[in-house]
Design a protein. Structure first.
Length: 176
C-alpha cells in the first residue's frame, strides 16, 4: 500500500471515530484537557502502527486497546499525581471548546462525579462495557484481564454508581 493510501485510510478512520474516542477518553479521565491529550497520544501511536492495525480483525478494538493502555501509561507518570486545585478560573472549566455529552442536562455532572469516584480499573470496565457496548470477553481482551475480573469490576462499579447517583435523586413521595 502506498503512503498516500495509508494516510487517506488513517484520515478516514480519524474522521469517523475521533468524537467517539474523545468521549471515551473523557469518561476514562474526567477532564477535557487530559482527554484531548489522551486521544492525541492514541492517534499518534495508532498512526505509527497503522499498517499492522489496519490488518487487525477490528481496527476499533485495536484503537480502544491503545486508548486504554495510553490512559494507564498516563496515570503512571509522576506529574499525573498532582492534586487538582479546588477552584479553577472560569475560562478553564469548559475545556478547549469540546463539549462531551454523556447524560442529559444536570445528569452529566452527577454521572461524571460518580465516574470520577470509581477506582480506575472499575471506570475502564464501565466505559468499555457500557459506553462502547463490548461483551465481557471483548472487555477482558482489551484490558488484558480475565473475564472474572471484568464481571467483578462491573458489579462493584455499577453498585457504587447506583449508590452515588441515588444520593443525587430527589426523594419521591407525597407533597410536604
Amino acid at each position: 500500500m502506498r503512503r498516500a493510501e495509508v494516510d487517506e485510510a488513517f484520515r478516514s478512520f480519524v474522521a469517523t471515530r475521533h468524537t467517539r474516542l474523545l468521549r471515551a477518553a473523557y469518561l476514562l479521565c474526567g477532564d477535557h484537557y487530559l482527554a484531548e491529550d489522551l486521544v492525541q497520544t492514541t492517534l499518534v501511536k495508532l498512526y505509527a502502527a497503522w499498517p499492522r492495525a489496519s490488518r487487525a480483525d477490528s481496527i476499533d478494538a485495536y484503537a480502544r486497546r491503545v486508548l486504554v493502555n495510553s490512559h494507564r501509561d498516563e496515570l503512571r507518570r509522576p506529574w499525573r499525581r498532582e492534586r487538582p486545585a479546588e477552584h479553577l478560573p472560569d475560562d478553564a472549566k469548559h475545556g478547549l471548546g469540546v463539549e462531551v455529552k454523556v447524560g442529559v442536562d444536570g445528569e452529566h455532572d452527577d454521572l461524571m462525579e460518580a465516574l470520577r469516584r470509581l477506582p480506575v480499573g472499575q471506570r475502564r470496565v464501565v466505559v468499555l462495557r457500557h459506553y462502547w457496548g463490548l461483551s465481557v470477553e471483548e472487555t477482558a481482551a482489551d484490558l488484558g484481564v480475565t473475564t472474572g475480573t471484568v464481571k467483578s469490576q462491573t458489579s462493584r462499579a455499577l453498585a457504587a454508581l447506583a449508590r452515588v447517583l441515588s444520593a443525587h435523586q430527589p426523594a419521591s413521595g407525597g407533597m410536604p
